[in-house]
Design a protein around this ligand. Sequence first.
Ligand code: SF4
Length: 227
Amino acid sequence: MQITEIYKSLQGESTYAGLPCVFVRLTGCNLRCTWCDSEYTFQGGRRMALEDVMQEVQRLSPRGGLVEITGGEPMLQEREVVPLMQQLIDHGYTVLLETSGERPLAHVPAGVIKIVDVKCPDSGEADTFCLENLEALNPRDEIKFVLSSRADYDFARAFTHRHGLAGRVNAVLFSPAFRKDATGARDSSHCLLDPQQLAEWMIADNVPARLGLQLHKFIWDPALKGV
Ligand code: SF4
């Protein structure tokens, strides 16, 4: 499979935020979200065999733990990444799959925890979510909306209600988008949508979702890669 990087850091998003985690970042994406902070994954990378990826994960985290399969869009390499996820589970790892929601997820191994994006209008990739994926969700999975405006918030709130997301998954996450050229300050000044504003909307509407901040961007310089 084509890999951009494998590294160990803290998980920055989802209900697993704050836990040590090995990230396996696959190369390539078929979407172009306006605020994407992973454009360096669109090309390049190196070919790695499944055994080499396993070896690297085991070197970084020899006693099991959390592994996130991410990208880019990892499910573009479904043929290789599905056996990788299964093998990680077989070796006792807790496996998260971070995916845009555009690719079918029916063949993701049952033990994998899927963190599935639903792209909002201001991402420039609205309507890319594969609705059949709602049927592939299980109660351990999480759905994430990255928001940069009130229009995005209204879309996310309506989608959450229309599809009863809170009853389908472990968590529905509303997360403010970060400016992709953010650098320097490790605070919310780089958010395209003020977290305080988002929090106030969520409280007022009693939305069945949790506010998610990208923890790693408050710990390290937001421009840093590999953290
Ligand atoms: S799906 Fe993810 S990697 Fe692809 S463009 Fe959007 S944010 Fe970037």
